[in-house]
Design a binder for this molecule. Structure first.
Ligand code: DX5
Ligand code: ZN
Length: 220
């Protein structure tokens, strides 16, 4: 049976000198979500943007804003991103000892809550938060940069996350982020991913809308 696949292009690979154009390209495409990579130079080596950028672009799109916080102390900012226009706020398991409290704050704003894990973090850590999460994000590269190579054992990890979500919270979506392209997408979809993040593949493609369309078709 065909599965619905959501594509979340990451504006990390868009031209930061004209981010609005990147957002408008996504608006015209088959992508349902826009992925915002927030980096603080501490949890990850790179620094990107904060709440003001998300807030500034919010009026220019009706797409679902998927905000991925790669920051230390995400409890300080999760609610602020929800207020800035995020529809979903995802925080890293590795950065947050009080995930359940952050979940309450994000949901208190009427927004969805996601939890992310790095490649070296075992999926089983998520068992007790999955019942409360709207999404699990499986990092398939070490977070911090676009354009890295997909780490192969992520597919097996997605399979294990899928088994847990089916058992504990069948509504919880599974998102995969890092090194996703036309070659890597089919296996992660087969393993159970619902949402495909793609940065360099989409924005580096001569026809970004066609690249998005192709990824969206990986469940068929
Ligand atoms: C990496 C970010 C990703 C990044 C993916 O730290 O979380 O969202 O944009 O980029 P690609 O698709 O180029 O691997
Ligand atoms: Zn991301």
């Amino acid at each position: 049976m065909a599965r619905k696949i959501i594509v979340a292009p990451s504006v990390l690979s868009a031209d930061f000198a004209c981010l609005r154009e990147g957002v408008e390209m996504i608006n015209r495409s088959a992508a349902e979500w826009i992925h915002w990579d927030v980096m603080d130079g501490r949890f990850v080596p790179n620094i990107t943007f904060g709440m003001p950028v998300v807030k500034a672009l919010r009026p220019f799109s009706d797409k679902f804003f998927d905000v991925h916080l790669m920051i230390e102390n995400p409890e300080r900012y999760a609610e602020a991103f929800a207020k800035a226009g995020a529809d979903l706020v995802t925080v890293h398991y590795e950065a947050a000892p009080h995930l359940h409290r952050i979940m309450q704050e994000v949901k208190g704003q009427g927004k969805k809550f996601g939890v992310a894990i790095n490649p070296a973090t075992p999926a089983e850590c998520l068992r007790d938060i999955i019942p409360y999460a709207d999404l699990v994000l499986v990092m398939s590269v070490n977070p911090g940069f676009g354009g890295q190579k997909f780490i192969e054992n992520s597919t097996e990890k997605i399979r294990r996350v899928r088994r847990m979500t089916e058992e504990l919270n069948p509504d919880c979506l599974i998102e995969v982020d890092g090194g996703i392209n036309d070659a890597t997408a089919p296996a992660v979809v087969e393993a159970g991913a619902d949402v495909l993040v793609a940065g360099s593949y989409v924005f580096g493609h001569e026809n970004p809308a066609a690249a998005i369309e192709l990824l969206a078709g990986s469940g068929r």
